[in-house]
Structure formats: C-alpha cells, structure tokens
Design a protein around this ligand. Structure first.
Ligand code: SP5
Ligand code: ZN
Length: 372
C-alpha cells in the first residue's frame, strides 16, 4: 500500500488540500522594531511561497481561498479591532506620516497600559499614531499598504479550510500568512493581525461541532487563542512552547498555572518547555496534550501548526527535527477531523521540508491513503 510516507523508490504524496490566498504576498512588513531598532524581520512573503511550492511538489492539491463574510471574524474579534486593521494604513498615509516623516509602516509608540491609565477611561484617540497603541501591543508587528488584503486573505483561507472539514473532509491545511495565534479578541502583535486558528475553531462550532480542541505546536505560546477561549468550555486550548519564564515571547502568558477561568476553568492547558528541548521532550508534550484533548471527545480539531520549533529556526531555541514534526502530525491528526493552520516558521531553507514532514505525518495519522 502506498501511503503518504516517503519510502524508497516511491513518490511521496501529501493528499491534503492546501488552501492558498494569493493576497498573502501583499503583506510586506518590511522589518520589525525589536528593542527599539528596526531589523529586517523574518516574517517575510517568501515564507508562503516556499511552503506552497514544497507542498505542491509533494503532490498536495493547492486550492484558492474563497472570500467569506465578516460574521465569524467579528464574533472572534472586537469589531473595533477589525475596523482598525482595515483602515489604519489609509489613516496613517492620510496623516502624511510616510510622505512627510519617512514613517513607511504603522508602528505604535504609546501604549495605554493599566499603569498609565490609573483608572482613567480608555479612549480612542483621534490621532492615528496614538490610536495605533490601542490595538497593537508590541513594536514588531508592522502594517503597510498591502497588509489588510493579506490579513483578510489569511482569514479566508482558514474559513475555507474549516468549510471543507465541516463538510466531511478529514484534513485541510490553510497556508495562512500572516500568522494569527498571538492576536487576542481586541489586540494584535507577534507578527499576527487576526487569529486564523480561533476563526477556524469558531467556524467549526458554527458548522455544528459541539466541542473543538485547539492544539498549538508553534514554538511560542498562542496567547491570543488562549485568551479568546479562556472562559469557554466549548473550545479547549492546549499548547506546548518555549517557556516564557525563560525569557521568551510572549513573556506575559503561557505559564502552566493558566488553566482557564469561569465556565472555561480546566479547558486550557500549557506545557512550557525548557530552551534546548528536542524531539523526545517535545513529542512527549505533544502526546500529553493529545491524550488530554481526547478525553473531551472533540468533534473537530484545529492545529496551530508553527514550524518554528525546528532546530534550524532563528526565532526559537527548541530543537525539533523533521522526524519530530512528522510524528507530531501523526499524533494530532489521529484525534479526529482537523484543520491545520500555518503559524510561525522562519528558516526559508528548512521550512518546505518541515511542512511536508508535518503534513505527511498528519495524512498517516488520519489514515489517508495516498495511492490511487
Ligand atoms: C507567529 C510567531 O511565531 N510569532 C513569533 C513572534 C515572536 N517574535 C519575537 C521576535 C523577537 C526578535 N527577533 C529577533 C531574532 C533574533 N534571532
Ligand atoms: Zn512562533
């Protein structure tokens, strides 16, 4: 029997639909301001091209994202955040910031922290440089002229993949760019703008799944997804990630003590890992999350598939190999019908191989037969 596994003398086939939005290439953050200095940045358009081409070469059908209405997006997120993202570039350019001051991307410079406000009401300041800090919590997540088209295209890719799984497809992969798991209900950051995984989970709920499990294997904690579902028992969130307490983004969330709140108490699980963790420790954590998710008997699964836990990745200190990603794909896809959402992963030289490994493993875990 031919399977999607690579075996000697056989062509590897990844028979999982890859949902692609051409718009994703229009987001050109042109760097990130890290510790006060603008660096080149690693969340670049070429990531998406590398992923698409590697999966297509492995035999995956590439299907266009279909445009969707805003309903699910505006359920997951504050409509104010969505409106802000849709219009902030125009407002920034209209204020003359690129032309007169050379500020070619939207970057906030004042943040209304609880300490600053000291109890004052939170306003929406009329000046766009001030307003930028109301919706964005870091300086690394730049907005340019094509960003909104890409952001919305990524959400459409997630929604299209959720449609497929909601109507009986065993697996679908949304090649989302920009990524999404750092976005909360009302604030963006971490190179993310709308939470594609949360949007997929909400769409699966709307399509009739009673319980959804989100498993986040990106190297970083998906603080946005966690907080969107923090008080909900219908969407369980589990993540393994480099320990934020060891000095890693997002610093303020991702600790083991965060277990959910109110009705969502017990429906959130974090497994922080020490920097340097390799396949064995990482897969043990994936396996623990899958065991816990299985006890909920989820009707559908969303996988936040970050490839940045790889040893080759410049953004994380985890040391996972292609073999590890293939095994993780097997474990998560065995849980049930699953929407795979692309998150991080920044080493252009290894990204394609990692994606093919993860999706090949997922096809195996789902029992998909690549022959015929
Ligand atoms: C989706 C996702 O993976 N977001 C990652 C956000 C974390 N970015 C942290 C960037 C820190 C600065 N990067 C400097 C790299 C030096 N090697
Ligand atoms: Zn990441």
């Amino acid at each position: 029997m031919l399977t999607s596994a690579i075996s000697a003398g056989e062509v590897s086939l990844v028979r999982i639909p890859v949902i692609w939005s051409e718009e994703c290439l229009r987001h050109e953050p042109a760097g990130e301001v890290w510790l006060g200095v603008r660096d080149e940045g690693t969340e670049v358009p070429a990531r998406a091209v590398v992923l698409r081409d590697a999966l297509a070469a492995a035999g995956a059908p590439v299907l266009p994202a279909r445009p969707h209405g805003d309903e699910i997006v505006r359920t997951v997120h504050d409509p104010e955040l969505v409106d802000h993202l849709a219009g902030v570039w125009q407002a920034w350019a209209g204020a003359g910031l690129p032309a007169e001051y050379g500020r070619d991307r939207v970057v906030p410079y004042v943040f209304p922290t609880p300490g600053m406000l000291s109890g004052l009401p939170l306003r929406s300041p009329p000046a766009v440089p001030g307003r930028a800090g109301l919706f964005c919590y870091d300086t690394m997540t730049l907005v340019g002229p094509g960003s909104w088209a890409a952001i919305r295209g990524a959400a459409d890719a997630a929604l299209t993949a959720a449609d497929l799984v909601g109507s009986g497809e065993r697996l679908a992969y949304a090649l989302c760019r920009p990524p999404g798991h750092h976005v909360t209900r009302g604030a963006y950051g971490g190179s993310c703008y709308l939470n594609n995984a949360a949007i997929a989970a909400q769409a699966l709920r709307a399509a009739g799944a009673r319980r959804v499990a989100v498993i986040d294997i990106d190297a970083h904690h998906g603080n946005g997804t966690q907080m969107i579902f923090y008080e909900r028992p219908d969407v369980w969130y589990g993540s393994l990630h480099v320990d934020p307490g060891a000095g890693w983004f997002p610093h303020y969330a991702g600790y083991a003590a965060e277990r959910g709140r109110g009705d969502g108490e017990g429906f959130n699980r974090n497994l922080p890992l020490a920097p340097g963790t390799g396949d064995d420790g990482w897969l043990a954590a994936v396996s623990t999350l899958c065991d816990e998710a299985r006890t909920l008997a989820p009707d559908a699964v969303v996988v936040s598939l970050g490839l940045d836990a790889a040893a080759t990745d410049p953004e994380s200190p985890l040391c996972v190999t292609e073999t590890g990603y293939r095994a993780a794909g097997r474990l998560v896809a065995a849980l049930g019908p699953a929407v795979l959402i692309q998150e991080g992963g920044y080493d252009l030289a290894s990204l394609g191989g990692l994606a093919v490994a993860a999706l090949s493993g997922a096809a195996e875990g789902a029992g998909l037969d690549a022959s015929s």
